[in-house]
Design a protein around this ligand. Structure first.
Ligand code: ZN
Length: 408
């Protein structure tokens, strides 16, 4: 408990007592559509910065319409990275429409009133050296990169070629998405590597120290009594802690298959999951359909998430739930984790109806079921809060997926 309080107060120092009032509020929006052939997952923020919020909403609406109009098998995906400090807001949005990948970036002062371009942030006089550095970094990742004409054009030392960049907490990334194959290339640098090129004021990040070993609360599970595992995907989100409160009240456990891109936005929720005896599973970084990715991309989606989780709770999950439950021989072969799907799909994301979710669950639940829900919808969280005592009344013990697997 002491450690939890220290982390809380450090977050207070980070976000609460800043020198100027940071008006940015990050709310996460999720828009999902799934049918047999087509999959869509759009995750984007609302930031209380009107100009940016309007653009993001318009973009999401446009993608929704395009997806609705598309008839072929396809995947649409939107994910983002955001870093807002006392000095600036930096946002990167990645958009996938079938085979086509696109990056949009945005950088502004800390309240979003003044946006910055390459010229505001980097030393224009040194663009040639910067272009060479980026070229070298891109070729390190992909040695064939340099050969094509579109590559050479994209790397010419012209300002318009380097307008897509993102300032993360520890690194700066440049993006290129105008290649003939429509795939994104990224060149990532530490701040130190680019110090001679950057004009922007950047405060060093403050890290949370969290190096004591965590103890799992002791639990008593009766193998002779029925049990189920509630699982919650796509979070954490602002509703997650409410759910954690209910799980605590009824003294039971759940499993959270979290997105790597979400965990650092809700570190307290993640730490509570561990401290209160729940299980954290890996649901990949950006919720891409793994069966559509290369082996390298699959590994990156999973391993980046492992590191994001580990950096907050010092635990590497052993379970992976592939987005949309999509897996094939390649996915199973290269991922050295237990791949967990579900037995009972509440379809909570489709109905968004608390009563319906409760009915579907109670009418179909059987002993040793893994139940699928999403803690990103208030209707799902409310349904779970009501379901917990109802399931217990029917004699079910609510356990984690790993606990369930021991008795299955
Ligand atoms: Zn999911």
């Amino acid at each position: 408990m002491k450690r939890f309080l220290i982390v809380c107060s450090m977050l207070g120092l980070l976000f609460g007592c800043t020198k100027t009032e940071n008006k940015v509020k990050e709310d996460v929006n999720v828009s999902t559509m799934i049918d047999e052939n087509r999959k869509m997952m759009l995750v984007y923020p609302t930031l209380n910065v009107p100009l940016l919020d309007e653009q993001l909403t318009a973009l999401s609406e446009q993608l929704n319409e395009e997806f609705a109009a598309s008839e072929d098998e396809c995947e649409f995906n939107m994910s983002y990275r955001l870093n807002h400090t006392d000095d600036f807001i930096s946002l990167m949005v990645k958009i996938i429409r079938g085979e086509k990948e696109e990056i949009r970036t945005f950088l502004s002062n800390q309240d979003g009133s003044k946006s910055y371009t390459f010229q505001n942030v980097f030393d224009e006089q040194k663009i040639k050296e910067l272009a060479e550095k980026i070229d070298e970094r891109l070729r390190q990742k992909d040695e064939r990169a340099g050969g094509t004409l579109d590559y050479k054009l994209a790397l010419l030392p012209k300002i318009e070629n380097f307008q897509k960049f993102y300032f993360d907490k520890e690194v700066v990334a440049f993006y290129f998405d105008n290649f003939n194959d429509h795939k994104i290339r990224e060149a990532i640098f530490s701040y130190d590597e680019l110090s001679e090129f950057i004009k922007l004021e950047i405060s060093k990040p403050v890290y949370l120290t969290y190096d004591e070993i965590l103890y799992e609360p002791t639990k008593i599970i009766d193998p002779n009594k029925p049990m189920v595992a509630l699982t919650f995907d796509d979070g954490p989100n602002k509703y997650t802690e409410q759910l954690l409160d209910a799980l605590k009240e009824y003294n039971c456990s759940a499993t959270f298959f979290v997105l790597g891109s979400m965990v650092e936005k809700y570190p307290i929720a993640l730490q509570r999951m561990v401290l209160e005896g729940h299980e954290i599973g890996n649901h990949t970084m950006d919720h891409r359909q793994l069966t559509k990715l290369t082996e390298k991309e699959i590994i990156k989606e999973v391993e980046d998430t492992q590191h994001a989780i580990e950096s907050i709770v010092h635990i590497y999950p052993t379970l992976v739930r592939p987005p949309y439950g999509s897996k094939n021989d390649t996915v199973s072969r290269i991922l050295d984790y237990d791949l967990i799907l579900w037995d009972l799909d509440t379809r909570d994301w489709a109905s968004k109806d608390t009563q319906k979710i409760i009915e579907v669950t109670l009418n179909n639940v059987r002993d040793k079921d893994i139940i699928l829900m999403h803690d990103i919808y208030p209707t799902s969280v409310q349904a779970a809060i009501e379901l917990i005592p109802l399931l217990q009344e029917r004699g079910y013990q609510l356990v984690t997926v790993s606990e369930l697997m021991m008795y299955r």
